[in-house]
Design a protein around this ligand. Structure first.
Ligand code: GDP
Length: 296
């Protein structure tokens, strides 16, 4: 399960603190040393860890630990709050256009889970009684269009395609027009990815952006890739104003680094978390729940 290593290490550290009647400054320092190591081992960005520890210490030292009723608990509570803050504080909702349809552009590297997440997002919108349309804008990866069509059929959401001989910009433009004509209130545009970020990919995404003026640009990143996911997010964000992140493959044994660093490094909130290959509704990401899950 995701975060297993981090979770058990932190629980161990805090187990020791909780058990103490009195907690001294040395105890806090020792606990923070262990928390720091646990975070670094979970592949959390070095600078993020440094800031995190500094913040927790500042708040903990300010407390009169010896007088506190259960000082160990107080420290755990501080760490919980700071972990929550680190991941963005509260859930950031999907944007909504003033005038429908709300346009959502899904971007990311190949294999990150864009197509799968597009269908999961459509399923979530269906559950919320919306009428989404998906647009098949990945004309390069063999079978990407077919994959989206199959998923669309499976969940009962129409997929707009013009095959793989028309430019993605034109496909997006026509798809959006069709959505307006047919009263769809959400449009999800699946785009092409590459193995690495390159200029051609970014130019194409910028062109689609210009043509469709999306309300959301969601970067789909694979949590299993750890700090690499954060680097990818930083590169995309510098070239294409992202509005949020979809963190996929949280069902795998990810160490947690991406989830804990991406917001702090890029300023971009994680809006959704994805688990599993089956098409279930995409889950809104809740920093406070994730922090509690990590701390056990
Ligand atoms: P794309 O190239 O970004 O469109 O990626 P796909 O949506 O085709 O996904 C790549 C692979 O990852 C597929 O085999 C998916 O089934 C799998 N996948 C996508 N999302 C998840 C997830 O949240 N968890 C797991 N375990 N697998 C996923």
């Amino acid at each position: 399960m995701a975060f297993e290593g981090l979770s058990s290490r932190l629980q161990n550290v805090f187990g020791k603190l909780r058990g103490k009647g009195k907690v001294t400054e040395d105890d806090v320092n020792e606990a923070m040393r262990e928390v720091r190591l646990a975070l670094l081992e979970a592949d959390v960005n070095f600078k993020v860890v440094k800031d995190f520890i500094a913040k927790v210490k500042e708040r903990a030292i300010g407390l009169e630990l010896t007088k506190s009723f259960t000082p160990g608990m107080v420290v755990v509570d501080i760490v919980n709050k700071e972990l929550t803050e680190l991941m963005g504080g509260t859930n950031t909702k999907l944007a909504k256009a003033n005038k429908p349809p709300t346009v959502i552009l899904m971007v990311g590297l190949q294999g990150a889970g864009k197509t799968t997440s597009s269908a999961k997002l459509a399923k979530l919108l269906l559950k919320e009684k919306h009428k989404p349309l998906m647009i098949a804008g990945d004309i390069y990866r063999p079978a990407a269009i077919k994959q989206l069509q199959v998923l669309g059929e499976q969940i009962g959401v129409p997929v707009f395609t013009l095959g793989d001989q028309t430019s993605p910009v034109e496909i997006a433009r026509q798809g959006l027009q069709l959505a307006k004509d047919n009263g769809h209130d959400y449009v999800i545009i699946d785009t092409a990815g590459r193995l690495h970020i390159d200029e051609a990919l970014m130019t194409e995404l910028r062109d689609i952006h210009e043509a469709t003026k999306p309300d959301e640009v969601l970067l789909v990143v694979d949590a299993m890739t750890g700090q690499e996911a954060v680097n990818v997010a930083q590169s995309f964000h510098s070239q294409l104003e992202l509005t949020g992140v979809v963190l996929t493959k949280l069902d795998g044994d990810t160490r947690g680094g991406a989830a804990l660093s991406v917001k702090a490094v890029t300023g971009c909130p994680i809006k959704f978390a994805a688990t599993g290959e089956k098409i279930e509704p995409l889950e809104p990401f809740h920093p406070e729940r994730m922090a509690s899950r990590i701390l056990g």
